[in-house]
Ligand binder design. Structure first.
Ligand code: AMP
Length: 504
């Protein structure tokens, strides 16, 4: 039984020692080199921190191959890692460090400048300069599969980032399911988009390690130049993508798919936010034979808990289902009375299974609010995670995402899902991104959107007319603002909080 993610690395290093595993702009690394370098990092951790186990170690460096070497070094040393983004404002880094209290911080070029940092500072170049990779770093063997492997920090509504703790078992369960579902093998070449502090990256990293695949870390700036991005994918024979929908939407809207033909693409998976059918259809028209899958899940359940492999046609206006639960995972849809929903009833998506996080690091209170006893089980202790996402079943028995629980509003006595207004608006020609928010004080629905290149000049009046033709009058926004760009948060999603702050 695989009980520690290091087993994936060791297996691939044995089977494919000289095969390239990871590639960034500056270097490539084989599986054997990856294993050796990770052990050097582990040795540096043991030398500097002593014989510690199950302690947090922060990795503070630019997204690169070295980051993954550091992550695996941490796991080899019997501890768990937490990636920190160099671009994060120092105030946020400080808040995270205060919660995490890492036993060490691994850095490369820039030392973290944080008040009150108590752990050791480990220089990555110095760790790698060691002459030999130590075969005796066996600390990872003492770790159980229920022990943590990483902590990812997500934004918290109160401004204090929440550290989601994930176990080896969660990652292994997920990676094995991906293998069964998508038949990943050593010929897969991932084009990684997700930042390493975002849970989508878990698929790329651990499926590469398990299957002896390869992973290209696509330079972030290329996402601003879709044509060049597609050329890069061809130059590097990338055949598999797991991107946040925003990235796929950007490419679809740019028209680049008509200019550059992707020569190797086989699978396009996405997760993290709603994928509008309009842009999905642009991809499908160009690449009808590619496998497309809509994956869904929050960080708290190890990235993904439901999946829908697209197997039929969808009109531009339709909502794409998020599918059904992954293997060894159960999804409960609970209504306001904590009972399983009936036909056509909307409820909150709740999850049980090995994928569940161990809660928020250092925050039992917040953990207790969302990791709760399964209300359908009164006989023994069993936790579920309440996602706060509202969903329902469609006529095929697939789950359809409606919106966040917190975006459901009551307006003029009517119950309204803001996501519905967004879906209708985003199907309009010329509209790129859409975000509907509710002005609680003035009791107004406000709609923000940006336009595609061909949509430039579309007036608010035209958008209003489009909506009026498709929505009941009580759902029409009181104000529509066309903006050049909508603010995007660190994970590449539209930043609703920021929009409200700026304009309302
Ligand atoms: P994160 O923890 O950053 O992965 O965000 C998780 C949240 O993103 C979920 O609770 C959903 O609200 C949203 N989300 C993730 N995947 C999807 C999807 N396929 N469709 C719609 N919303 C999604």
């Amino acid at each position: 039984m695989t009980k520690n993610v290091i087993a994936y690395l060791k297996e691939s290093a044995k089977k494919y020692p000289d095969k390239i595993a990871l590639i960034d702009e500056n270097r490539k690394i084989t599986f054997n080199e990856l294993d050796c370098e990770a052990r050097k990092v582990a040795r540096a951790i043991v030398n500097s921190c002593g014989d510690i186990k199950n302690q947090p170690i922060a990795v503070y460096m630019e997204k690169s191959v070295d980051c993954i070497v550091a992550f695996l070094g941490v796991v080899y040393s019997g501890n768990f890692y937490s990636p920190l983004d160099l671009k994060m404002p120092s105030v946020r880094i400080e808040r995270i460090m205060n919660v995490l209290q890492p036993a060490a911080v691994i850095y490369k070029d820039k030392k973290p400048e944080v008040c009150g940092l108590t752990g050791s500072l480990i220089s990555m170049p110095k760790a790698l300069a060691a002459e030999f990779a130590d075969d005796n770093v066996t600390n990872y063997q003492r770790v159980l599969d229920s022990d943590p492997v990483y902590v990812l920090f997500t934004s918290g509504s109160t401004g204090q980032p929440k550290g989601v703790v994930i176990s080896h078992r969660g990652v292994i369960d997920y990676t094995e399911w991906l293998y069964d579902k998508f038949h990943f093998d050593e010929n897969v070449i991932f084009g990684n988009q997700a930042p390493f502090y975002f849970d989508n990256s878990i698929l790329d990293i651990y499926s590469t390690l398990k299957n002896g695949a390869a992973m290209h870390i696509i330079p972030e700036r290329l996402f601003l130049f879709p044509r060049r991005l597609l050329e890069y994918m061809n130059e590097n024979s990338i055949n598999t993508l797991f991107w946040v929908p925003s990235a796929l939407i950007g490419v679809a809207n740019s028209g680049a798919l008509k200019e550059v033909r992707l020569e190797n693409i086989k699978k396009i998976l996405f997760c993290g936010e709603v994928m509008p059918c309009k842009q999905l259809n642009i991809w499908r028209k160009e690449y009808p034979d590619v496998l497309y899958a809509n994956l869904y899940g929050p960080t708290e359940i190890t990235d993904v808990c439901t999946c829908y492999v697209i197997d039929r046609e969808f009109s531009d206006e339709e909502a794409l289902p998020i599918g059904t639960a992954c293997e060894n995972t159960e999804v409960l849809i609970l209504n306001e009375n904590d009972k399983a929903v009936g036909k056509d009833e909307i409820g909150e998506l709740c999850v049980r299974g090995s994928c569940l996080s161990m809660g928020y690091y250092g925050d039992c209170e917040k953990t207790r609010q969302v990791f709760v006893q399964n209300p359908l089980n009164h006989k023994y202790h069993e936790l579920i995670y309440r996602t706060g996402d509202l969903v329902k079943y469609n006529e095929y028995g697939e789950i359809v995402y409606i919106c966040r629980k917190d975006y459901q509003i009551k307006h003029q006595g009517y119950r309204i899902e803001l996501g519905e207004i967004e879906t209708v608006c985003s199907a309009m020609d010329g509209v790129e991104r859409v975000c509907a928010v509710y002005d609680d004080v003035n009791k107004k629905i406000v709609l923000f959107c940006s336009l595609t290149g061909t949509g430039q000049g579309t007036a608010e009046k035209e958008i209003y007319r489009w909506l009026k033709q498709r929505l009941p009058s009580y759902m029409l926004p009181a104000a529509i603002y066309v903006k050049e760009q909508l603010p995007i948060n660190a994970n590449g999603k539209i930043d609703r909080v920021e929009l409200k702050k700026i304009y309302i």
